[in-house]
Design a protein around this ligand. Structure first.
Ligand SMILES: NC(=O)c1ccc[n+]([C@@H]2O[C@H](COP(=O)([O-])OP(=O)(O)OC[C@H]3O[C@@H](n4cnc5c(N)ncnc54)[C@H](O)[C@@H]3O)[C@@H](O)[C@H]2O)c1
Length: 405
């Protein structure tokens, strides 16, 4: 059975590899020709898939990559894994998903199965994916399902293989076929009654995180005014063996999920006349953090950042990942610069950002800020030179300096 995975990014490539290892003949499709060329040469920045694995699967004929959709006409399963960002007004931007559907419509055949893994608002499969493909292909006998991706790139415990997969089709047959497909490489499946439930469950998961991170960031502001460590209080609260789940303060949220998905749920809410108060407040609380933190740093450095040298350790949105999408570290850099600071950054997994190179961690600074502590970062120069350092990282690990948030 041949499978095309549309979109070869953080989500699509691991799925393509899992399906290939499970025995499917997989074709990775992407509109980005450079990415396809790189994949043919085994080049990827996915933390889930090694270069050797890509080369091995290609040499065994289990996977191949192409940016020409017409070369995918013999596939009978199409998995969609394309970006679903927000537009300038903070509303869902489904242009990539629409384009993916238009391309699939060129090659889809009767009885094919189309599965959307991209995060989207409630009702997208029924009201957008199916109508586009049906109207362009004229085919009514196609199965449609959703199986929202939950992957956490770089997570060494939970992968595509063992993270339970929530699935629903527009028909019982579509659900059955999608469940059969994922059962070949995923150890736990939860099928639900209709696609809207699966779409909403995905949005709820990340909205839950956004709201709790917003709450804990507010708690951190309270703790700082009362002059105690929010971390110490959270760790104390987490000793309760039931009814509490620890979240840790941060300079905000980043990546393609938590800053984005709650706005898809808010959009769904607003489309049925409900004001998403919690979601909007959490979005605002977390997106305001870089400005609030910059101001706290200004006060700490004698009320004036003009001419002060600040170095940031880690600008990616989370440790050990080379992804800077929506990273709040970038906003913090801007806010500190607006207050007059001279800001440099060190990030061993991001070589270049905004025409600036990563600089070596150095002692010639007024302040060091730990934001995204990649395993590769060696803090000894700051320690040995007794640099003033604030630990703003969201994890509970201690780097030798007290937590600032
Ligand atoms: N990154 C994550 O941690 C994560 C986790 C769970 C779910 N998701 C969701 O999965 C989806 C994909 O996210 P991602 O992180 O893999 O994005 P990504 O940007 O890493 O990869 C998407 C790929 O799709 C390609 N693409 C865009 N339009 C296309 C089209 N019309 N046809 C073919 N290819 C196209 C892009 O060139 C890119 O290579 C999003 O909806 C995202 O919200 C992401």
């Amino acid at each position: 059975m041949k499978v095309t995975v549309v979109g070869q990014g953080y989500v699509g490539l691991p799925i393509a590899v899992c399906a290939a290892e499970a025995g499917y003949v997989v074709k990775g499709f992407d509109i980005d020709e450079k990415k396809i060329k790189n994949l043919k040469n085994g080049i990827t920045d996915s933390p889930e898939v090694s270069s050797d694995k890509i080369l091995q699967l290609q040499s065994e004929g289990k996977i191949n990559f192409s940016s020409n959709i017409l070369e995918h006409a013999d596939s009978s399963i199409f998995i969609i894994a394309v970006p679903t960002p927000l537009d300038g007004n903070h509303k869902p931007d489904l242009k990539y998903l629409k384009k993916a559907c238009e391309l699939i419509a060129k090659v889809v055949k009767p009885n094919d199965l189309i599965i959307n893994e991209s995060t989207c608002y409630i009702g997208t499969l029924r009201d957008l994916v199916k109508p586009i493909i049906y109207n362009l292909s004229g085919l009514g006998d196609i199965d449609y399902a959703v199986a929202p991706e939950r992957i956490d790139p770089g997570n060494e415990t939970w992968s595509v293989y063992n993270t339970p997969r929530v699935i629903a089709g527009l028909t019982d047959q579509a659900t059955r076929r999608a469940v059969d497909f994922y059962s070949d490489f995923c150890s736990a499946i939860k099928s639900v009654s209709k696609p809207e439930v699966a779409e909403a469950a995905k949005l709820l998961e990340n909205t839950f995180r956004q709201v709790n991170i917003g709450l804990i960031n507010e708690f951190s502001a309270i703790a700082s005014k009362f002059n105690f460590s929010a971390h110490e209080a959270i760790i104390a609260a987490a000793t309760k063996p039931f009814g509490f789940m620890p979240f840790y303060p941060s300079i905000g949220v980043g990546g393609h999920c938590i800053p984005v998905d709650p706005s898809y749920l808010a959009f769904s809410a607003e489309s049925v006349g409900i004001e998403a108060k919690f979601i909007n407040l959490a979005n605002l609380t977390n997106s305001s953090m870089p400005k609030i933190i910059a101001e706290r740093i200004r006060i700490l450095l004698d009320g004036n950042l003009s001419g002060k040298k600040i170095q940031i350790a880690g600008i990616a949105y989370k440790p050990n990942i080379s992804d800077i999408r929506e990273s709040p570290a970038l906003d913090l850099i801007n806010e500190l610069k607006l207050l007059g600071a001279s800001v440099s950054w060190h990030d061993p997994v991001i070589a270049k950002y905004d025409n600036e190179q990563s600089s070596e961690l150095n002692a010639n600074v007024n302040l060091g800020l730990i934001i995204t502590p990649h395993d590769q970062i060696d803090f000894s120069i700051w320690k040995d030179s007794r640099v003033k350092v604030l630990d703003l990282s969201a994890n509970s690990k201690n780097y030798g300096w007290p937590k600032f948030l």
